[in-house]
Design a binder for this molecule. Structure first.
Ligand code: SF4
Length: 499
């Protein structure tokens, strides 16, 4: 969705083959294709060393880490500890120094420090090759175990990471919700000759061409085979976006359950979008329920304000620069216990992340929502007396008829009632700037679509997610957009560039 930068979409020939996906043909094509790609670091170590211990250690190091970083860390570590016995002689602190800066290096150093003793006691100092045995080792999950069994021992195993899970579903070869389900489905139907190889092929292909965001369908060798299920091909930017010095890229996204999104490429999406501040709403989790890679997103300081009620509401903010102060809620216990507002204070601005109430289909929460709206307004108005204020989040209201696909049919419905729209009118009249509308006055730009009736494919949606900035800070707005191509939730992310 273009705002200040004009985008054009590559027009692809429509794909309409009803044939089942020819997996063997596709993998044979990829064998040729990935010869030009970089070999994944664990494969390289396996080929170079034929040593299950080194494959195991390299696989542990490689989680949430770029291959170049893993390769260097592994080389430093293996120079000191080429065997389990040598590893046993290194203390945790030394291990941390050797493997830094791999992701979660402290945890990984702890796992590596514990590894020799477990191998010695349980497996006669040898790396085991069975999945159940491997997953009993410190820091080894199912994905790592499969990779070690396949690459370290050459035994049949299917390592399903996010790329394998994602691409197999894009091809329609499996229809699964989690990597584990994908692994089980592939065990049933993928010919065994491809089990070991499929991970390397799809990781390389997923990093190079079929990327999680904006896959390069226009130049893909599988373009004629692939049904592209759930895929929006990339847009080619007419003019590359250059981030001006001092400009912060802010993103707001109602993820509708952070644990679910975490299983479907959340960290890859964040890496690709590269925000400076990322605000999430409806996380539906307390931090302890989140995987470590999401709870402590690499490169960010994370802040959470979860609801007291489990699995409900909740907001979070990830910031590359730690905040000076953090404010949980707005000082109204009735609303604060629902985990709806989280504010970070920085040197010259406040960043407020807000998940507004839904007034419900029967409008039974409309009065409460109006009460909440006014309480939030009072809170953010108060902040403007001190410094700039950015307010973002899911406001659960479409402001004007341009902001939803079927205004007439929804005139009395939650999210478009006269009362909710009137509140937003007064909010805007007080000087709060709807930043997206600074750049785009057209209808048809939405941030939420119902899961029903193919609403997203048909763009029958609502614009209910916003970035607002106070009037005095108008000149700090550099750009705003809606990232309708990003999947993973019934909402899509929205952005603000703010200097
Ligand atoms: S890049 Fe596009 S065409 Fe190629 S496999 Fe991925 S979704 Fe299919």
């Amino acid at each position: 969705m273009a705002t200040k930068n004009e985008n054009r979409t590559i027009n692809l020939p429509p794909f309409n083959s009803p044939m089942p996906f020819n997996i063997e043909h596709a993998l044979q094509i990829l064998e040729q294709e990935v010869r030009n790609y970089q070999v994944p670091v664990v494969d390289l170590i396996a080929v170079q060393t034929h040593d299950p211990f080194k494959v195991l250690v390299a696989t542990i190091l490689s989680a949430r880490t770029r291959d170049e970083v893993t390769a260097l860390a592994a080389a430093r570590l293996f120079a000191k500890a080429p065997t389990s016995q040598a590893l046993a002689a290194l203390d945790e602190k030394t291990l941390q120094q050797l493997i830094y800066p791999v992701g979660f290096y402290k945890n990984k150093a702890r796992y590596l420090a514990a590894l020799p003793e477990v191998l010695e006691k349980e497996f006669a100092a040898q790396v085991p090759s069975e999945i159940d045995e491997l997953t009993s080792l410190p820091g080894v999950g199912r994905k790592t175990a499969n990779l070690v069994r396949a690459q370290g021992f050459g035994k049949p195993a299917i390592c399903v990471d996010t790329h394998v899970h994602r691409i197999m579903n894009i091809w329609g070869y499996v229809q699964t919700a989690t990597p584990l389900q994908t692994e089980m489905a592939l065990r049933e139907k993928l010919p065994e000759q491809y089990w070991i190889r499929v991970n390397s092929l799809l990781v390389a292909f997923g990093q190079g061409t079929c990327r999680p965001i904006g896959p390069h369908c226009e130049s893909c060798v599988l373009g004629a085979l692939c049904p592209r299920i759930g895929v929006t091909p990339r847009k080619i930017k007419a003019a590359p976006v250059e981030r001006r010095t001092g400009t912060k890229k802010m993103i707001s996204w109602n993820v509708n359950g952070l644990r679910a999104v975490a299983k479907n490429g959340f960290t890859e999406i964040v890496a690709e979008l590269a925000p400076d501040i990322l605000a999430l709403q409806e996380i539906k989790a307390v931090p302890d329920q989140l995987p470590e890679s999401v709870r402590e997103l690499a490169g960010f300081t994370s802040y959470f304000h979860s609801a007291c009620r489990k699995g409900y509401s909740g907001v979070a903010i990830y910031s590359r620069v730690p905040a000076d102060k953090v404010y949980h809620g707005i000082g109204a216990p009735r609303f604060d216990e629902e985990g709806r507002v989280l504010t970070l204070e920085f040197g010259d601005f406040y960043f407020v992340n807000c998940y507004f109430l839904n007034s419900r289909q029967d409008l039974s929460r409309l009065d409460l929502k109006q009460e909440f709206n006014h309480a939030v307004q009072e809170f953010v108005d108060g902040l403007t007396t001190k410094k700039s204020v950015v307010v973002c989040g899911d406001f659960n209201v479409a402001h004007t008829e341009k902001d939803l696909a079927n205004p007439e049919a929804n005139i009395k419905n939650a999210g478009f009632t006269p009362e909710e729209r009137q509140w937003m009118n007064t909010y805007i009249q007080k000087g709060w700037i709807d930043t997206f509308r600074q750049y785009n006055q057209e209808p048809g730009h939405y941030s939420w679509w119902s899961y029903r009736s193919n609403a997203r494919e048909r763009n029958i949606g609502w614009r209910i997610d916003y970035f607002f900035v106070d009037l005095a800070s108008r000149k700090r707005i550099i750009g705003a957009d809606i990232l309708a191509d990003i999947l993973g939730s019934d909402h899509c992310p929205i952005t603000l560039d703010f200097k």
